[in-house]
Design a protein around this ligand. Structure first.
Ligand SMILES: [Zn+2]
Length: 58
């Protein structure tokens, strides 16, 4: 089982896509990407909750 999420699910015009075996790992990928690619967007607990709702299981 893999979990995937696309940055475009919550940010416009970003092609980034992430896949991980578990949710915590996936969230770390998204957090790092958000900090590096989407400044000044801040990684907040609220944003993490939104991200969790967009995760798809394959
Ligand atoms: Zn992005």
């Amino acid at each position: 089982m893999a979990l995937t999420i696309r940055c475009s699910d919550f940010n416009n015009d970003c092609p980034a896509q992430f896949t991980a075996a578990d949710r915590d790992e996936l969230l770390r990928h998204v957090e790092l990407h958000t900090r590096e690619a989407h400044q000044p967007m801040e990684w907040t607990p609220e944003l993490a909750e939104v991200v969790k709702t967009k995760i798809q299981q394959n």
